[in-house]
Design a protein around this ligand. Structure first.
Ligand code: HEC
Ligand code: HEC
Length: 164
């Protein structure tokens, strides 16, 4: 059993699918970080499904209460990049959303599960403000690293725990 788990851990490592590493894809156009990283983190494309990215990219003028509209060439370039690097299957499954709402990576079942021990009071802490503010807790989020030892959760200092 132990041996099998080690094997799978190593296999996941070599396939680059560790849960705590979400590096910027090598084919990221400069516009991704420049345009999609100016108001918040340039979110890892793997955290949403391709169809969800297309929905978001199709409504940039009404972007979660903001206007993030781009010229059509850039919009299309970023949509193609996001769809190509999107996550698949259960890793990006999410509950249905209301018509007119946009998908959120922070609503996926997986995000919820990974964050189920974060108390509601922490999400509302003014140092966090929103689950989308990844860098409030993941100090290396800009570098695509979400390792447990890099966590600094406001109000949960020093908390350590096991995870997969
Ligand atoms: C003008 C500022 C602005 C720009 C530019 C912008 N966004 Fe956003 N984005 C927001 C705001 C505000 C939210 C809502 C954040 C929140 O709920 O805390 C948001 C939320 C999101 C979310 C949902 C996060 C969640 O809660 O899961 C995604 C995905 C996203 N943006 C992608 C993008 C992409 C892709 C681009 C580039 C095409 C982009 N954003 C550019 C302001 C911006
Ligand atoms: C309020 C603090 C907080 C915020 C904000 C936050 N996280 Fe987390 N995150 C945590 C905690 C706590 C864990 C669980 C730590 C663990 O088990 O390794 C976690 C776990 C994760 C993991 C799993 C790491 C692993 O080893 O399995 C990923 C990936 C992750 N977060 C990504 C994100 C992303 C992307 C965002 C922003 C959209 C975000 N987080 C926002 C606190 C936060």
């Amino acid at each position: 059993m132990k041996r099998a788990m080690l094997f799978f851990a190593l296999a996941a490592l070599s396939a680059g699918t560790r849960a705590d590493r979400l590096p910027m894809p090598a084919d990221a156009p400069p516009a991704f970080k420049a345009e999609c990283g100016s108001c918040h983190l340039a979110f890892p494309p793997a955290l949403l499904a391709a169809d969800d990215w297309r929905q978001i990219m199709g409504r940039l003028d009404k972007h979660y209460g903001d206007n993030a509209a781009l010229d059509e060439a850039t919009r299309r370039q970023l949509e193609d990049f996001l769809a190509k690097n999107a996550g698949t299957g259960r890793r990006v499954a999410r509950p249905a959303i209301l018509a007119g709402e946009l998908p959120r990576l922070t609503f996926t079942d997986r995000f919820r599960k990974k964050h189920d021990e974060v108390p509601a009071s922490t999400w509302q802490d003014q140092r966090v403000g929103s689950p989308a503010h990844c860098a409030a807790c993941h100090t290396q989020a800009e570098q695509g690293s979400y390792r447990e030892r890099e966590l600094r959760v406001p109000g949960m200092a020093g908390k350590r725990h096991d995870h997969d």
